[in-house]
Design a protein around this ligand. Structure first.
Ligand code: GAR
Length: 201
């Protein structure tokens, strides 16, 4: 993986998107990306085990104990020390401040489990997004990869994929299908696309 853009993946939970990225990288499908470190905002996130299994360095910066400002100060120090060129949010459930995002213009990516601009912004995360989509009654949803700026889920869109809603869907079944059919497919692809562009600059 050497020679790729040094990338930090930020996680909070189960890490299935992280797994899709690690698998794609292991199969040679992300030649422009060097996954350097996985950072969790809490101890015990299963994503950390996935990273260790793939022999990727891990770090925990406990957001709850430190508060947002100190979390970001430590995160920034770690990213600078490791000379990280790309930050990937993969199920990372914190909102980064404008002060932080402005340091990395078009260098932070996020995946959101809906077709932005629907069901996004503050308060829309994880299962809640799918509950909102089903509650509204839309027939198509999906996933969006976008750059992160100071507006939650508001940065430029990089890639989207649509997923049809089944009339028997529950938030849980819909979440699984959006992950399998959209998120795990487009996120590795979008990261590679952005990294290869950075490498050519
Ligand atoms: C994913 O569906 C991701 O799109 C979503 O949380 C889940 C994390 O799963 N992210 C957000 O809602 C961010 N606003 P994972 O930890 O298994 O990748």
């Amino acid at each position: 993986m050497s020679g790729g853009v040094k990338t930090a993946v930020l996680v909070s939970g189960g890490g299935t998107n992280l797994q899709a990225i690690l698998d794609k990288a292991a199969s040679g499908g992300m030649p422009s990306v060097d996954i350097d470190v996985v950072v969790s905002d809490r101890e015990g996130a299963f994503a950390l085990e996935r990273a260790e299994k793939a022999r990727v360095d891990t770090a925990v910066i406990p957001y709850k104990a430190l508060g947002g400002a100190e979390f970001e100060r430590r995160l920034n120090a770690l990213l600078e020390e490791r000379k990280i060129g790309l930050i990937v949010l993969a199920g990372f459930m914190r909102i980064l401040s404008a002060d932080f995002t402005s340091r990395y213009p078009e260098r932070i990516l996020n995946i959101h489990p809906s077709l932005i601009p629907s069901f996004c912004g503050e308060g829309y995360y994880g299962l809640r997004v799918h509950e909102a989509a089903l509650g509204y009654g839309v027939k198509v949803t999906g996933a969006t990869v976008h750059f992160v700026n100071e507006v939650p889920d508001g940065g430029r869109i990089i890639m989207q994929k649509a997923v049809y809603i089944d009339e028997n869907d529950t938030p849980e079944t819909l979440q699984q299908r959006v992950m399998r059919e959209a998120e795990w497919v487009i996120y590795p692809e979008a990261i590679e696309k952005v990294a290869s562009k950075i490498r050519r600059q």
